[in-house]
Structure formats: C-alpha cells, structure tokens
Ligand binder design. Structure first.
Ligand code: BG6
Length: 478
C-alpha cells in the first residue's frame, strides 16, 4: 500500500438533510404548501401514507439538533431551505417569519463553528406554481426561481459560503415525469426532457447571477451519480456501459459544466422524437462560463452494472433506469443498455448495492472529465435500526459502511482528486420520501415511527461516536 495523502486541514466533515424530510411544522410560520405536502396525501403514494407534516420536528428542535452536531464536532451541515417558507405562493412578498427561521439556524451553526452548506431547492416546489403554470414545465419558473435564490443570497450571503442550486435534478425529473413516483406523477419522457431542460436553464441562470453579483463563496448543483460498470469484458457490454454513462450521467453533468448535451443522447432523442427545444438564447446562457458551477456536488449511494440491450429489448417507461433507486427490476433503454446484476456486491436492507470503490471511481471520473473540485453532498446507509432498552443503538453495519467510504475518499484524494468535503446522509434520522421513517440514515436516532410520533427524542447511535473520532482525527482514526 502506498502512503496516503492526508485529508486537507479545511476538509468539511459534515452531514446533510432536506427541509421536507426533517422540519415538520408544515403550516406554521406562514409557510405555504409544496407539491410534496399535496402528493403525500394521495393514497398509495408513500409507505403507509407517511408524510412530513411533523417529520422529526426539526423546526421546533433545531437548537437541540445543532447542539448534537457541535458535540459530534461537525465542520459543516448541509440543509435545504423550503421555498414555501420564504415565498408561500412561490413569489410576491417574502415571508419574514420564514426568513428568520433560517437566519436563526444559520447563526446558531456559525456560533458553533459549523459551516452552513445551503441547498436552495430540494424538491419541495410551491404548489401554487405547479397550479399556476405547471411548475418545471413552464419557463415562467426561471424568473420566480431566480427571485427566490436572490432573496436567499441577499439575506444569508454574508454568512453562507457554499450554495447548492438543485438537489438531484436527474432524480426529481425522472421520478416526477417518467416514473410518476414523485410529484407531479407524470409518465411521459418527452415532457421529462422538456422540464429537465428548463431545470438546466434555472440552474445556469442562478449560477450566472451569483457569479455576476460578487457574492462570496461557491455554488454548484448536487448530482446523483451512480457510475456504470459493464457486466463483463465483452466489448458489447463495454459499449453498453459507455451508453449508460452518457444517458444517465453525462447528460446532466456535461450540461452543467460544458453547457451542452452529449451528441449520442441528442441523436437518440431526435430519433425518438424526445429532444427538448433549445433556443439560441438558451445555448448562449448554457455555454457562458459564468453559468458553470464552482464545484460538482456528488450524491453517491451506489453503482450500476449494465449489459447490451437489443433494439427490441427492455424499455424504460415502467422502471427507473438511473439506477439510483431500485436496480433490481428489469429495465433499460432499447439499443443502449439494460440493468444487470453484479454478483460482487452486497446489498442494503433496501436492495441497494454497497460499493465503496465505486465512490473512488465516481470521484476520479468527475475529476478527469470536468476538472472541478467535488463536494460529496450525500452518502450513507439506509437501514433498520434497533433502539435498545438503554437507549443505545448499535449500528456497526453503518460504521462499517461509512468507514469503507471514507477510506475510498482518502484514496481518491491520494489519486489527486480535489475533494472539498463529505456531508453524509443524514445527521438525524428523517423521513425517507417514499419509505417512511423505518429506513434510517442518521447518526442520531429519532424516536418515532410510521404509527406514532412518540416523543421524538434524540439518541446518538454508536456511529455518532465513531464519526466524532473520525472528525477529531481529520480522517486518520477510522
Ligand atoms: C437522495 C435525496 O435521493 O437520497 C435524499 O437527495 C434522500 O433526499 C436520499 O432521502 C436517500 O433516498 P431514500 O429513498 O432512501 O430516502
């Protein structure tokens, strides 16, 4: 083994969350309703009909949560702002109570020397904008989103140095418009690519505005990247893996960084009648270097393994082809690739592949293709946890998972990748959008389940103390 390069002294060891999954208080402080507030009420959409009305009550308990972050020694905390707290109807006059909530949270973090990493959009679109013009399907969202982002930059820009524009655009567009498993529950690839293109325009507009107006700090999107492996050494499967990289990942990341879609996918979309309309003005905006991110946010959970798929092979409409969620089902894109099994990898309780080396590969591929620093904005293990009688939680499986991933980051840094930080998913347990409260990710157990809010008490798990020691030793003591 070669000597590893040390983690940078400024490395942002942290954890992450999203407003809808933790805050609760869904009608308090003048908050408007988001598309998720509505979607979860449609029977059969979420596990046992769970919703985020109360979630883990972070809105009322944020000080206790920040105290726990400080106790763990977190250097950074990534959270998202609920658009509907700032603009209950998506636009108009900002709501001071909402602005103040995040002011207080940010100040509390800074008082504890924890760097706030703010996600502007983590899926909770104001329902009013969905109703008024179809949300992401209309270009009217561009000025409304920019106005929302500007409001945040102006209010918090003196204290926030890391901004994430859109969380997992690839996931919320595909789940929302291809698989109908997220709002607005559409199954239409043409509409998906059109809405997604508008997502790219929003992302570029906000980044460009940020760069042109002299705000401090850095801005970029968080992308759910699941690198593709070929099922074996057959050239036809190597080609399939290349197709999958372009289709599932470069389609988004190339646009962020270079301002264009991969030719292979443009060609395929044109043949299928699915190509989004790109105007000359779009092209100029997207190619403008000021519209390009300062870092790539990486949400890494697993890899995909793929094989060749004939033109009359399995299709994508029914199932997710992005591989981030649910790789086990037969799915693919005829003529390009289909999902295959990987017998080398173990699985989580939810059937996701466990692949720490895949994280090193993801980091290296982003580095070599885009030459950008990477902020790992999510990575973690969703598992069943058991609360013991003494309020301890012995989550050695989570420690093992995270340790192997930290090692992989260390190796990637030694390979020469510039990694800014690692905000694990998640700090406290929280609502998993579709899986209720039993799929737990946190370092801190929250005492509630689908049936009852119980007392919402917080109990640090064994992994909490493990991570504390990792941070204190800057990644040396694993
Ligand atoms: C990402 C999201 O999709 O992965 C998070 O950004 C999400 O919001 C996380 O919770 C884990 O996914 P899941 O489906 O296990 O909750």
């Amino acid at each position: 083994h070669k000597e590893l390069t040390a983690f940078p002294k400024s490395f942002l060891w942290g954890s992450a969350s999203a407003a809808y999954q933790i805050e609760g208080a869904y009608r308090e402080g003048g908050k408007g309703l988001s598309v998720w507030d509505k979607f979860v009420r449609i029977p059969g959409k979420t596990y046992e009909g769970t919703n985020g009305d109360v979630a883990v009550d972070h809105y009322h308990r944020y000080q206790e949560d920040v105290d726990l972050m400080a106790e763990a020694g977190l250097k950074a905390y990534r959270f998202s702002i609920a658009w509907t707290r700032i603009f209950p109807n998506g636009k108009g006059e900002p709501n001071e109570a909402g602005l103040k909530f995040y002011d207080d949270l940010i100040n509390d973090l800074i008082a504890h020397k924890i760097e706030p990493v703010v996600t502007i959009y983590h899926w909770d679109l104001p329902q009013a904008l969905q109703d008024e013009y179809g949300g992401w399907e209309s270009r009217e969202i561009i000025p409304d989103f920019l106005n929302y982002a500007k409001t945040l930059f102006d209010r918090y820009g003196d204290r926030v140095r890391y901004w994430v524009t859109l969380n997992e655009q690839n996931i919320f567009m595909q789940h929302g418009y291809l698989m109908a498993s997220h709002p607005p529950a559409v199954k239409d690839p043409k509409r998906m690519y059109a809405a997604n293109h508008i997502g790219n325009l929003v992302n570029a507009t906000v980044i460009k505005y940020f760069h042109e107006h002299g705000y401090q700090g850095q801005i970029g999107p968080s992308f759910a990247y699941s690198p593709a492996y070929p099922a074996d050494a057959a050239p036809i499967n190597q080609l399939a893996a290349d197709n999958a990289e372009q289709f599932n990942s470069y389609y988004w990341m190339d646009m962020y960084v270079f301002g264009h879609y991969p030719d292979l996918i443009r060609k395929w979309q044109t043949e299928q009648g699915l190509a989004p309309e790109i105007t000359e003005a779009d092209d100029a905006l997207l190619k403008d270097p000021l519209s390009h991110p300062d870092f790539m946010g990486l949400n890494y959970y697993q890899t995909n393994t793929v094989a060749a798929n004939p033109l009359d092979g399995v299709g994508m409409a029914a199932e997710n082809t992005s591989g981030k969620k649910g790789t086990s089902k037969e799915s693919g894109v005829p003529g390009l690739f289909k999902m295959a099994k990987n017998d080398y990898l173990q699985k989580t309780d939810w059937d996701w592949n466990i692949d720490p080396i895949g994280l090193r590969i993801a980091l290296r591929r982003i580095n070599s293709r885009y030459q950008l620093p990477v902020l790992i904005t999510e990575n973690g293990l969703g598992a069943f946890d058991t609360l013991e009688a003494d309020h301890e939680i012995h989550d050695d499986y989570r420690i093992h998972f995270l340790r192997e991933h930290v090692k992989a980051i260390h190796e990637a840094i030694s390979d020469g990748v510039d990694v800014i930080g690692y905000t694990t998913w998640s700090f406290t347990d929280l609502l998993s959008w579709l899986n209720g409260y039993r799929k737990r990710y946190g370092f801190v157990y929250v005492n509630r389940d689908e049936e009852s809010e119980k007392d919402l008490a917080r109990y640090p798990k064994d992994s909490f103390y493990w991570y504390k020691q990792v941070i204190a030793s800057n990644g040396e003591d694993l």
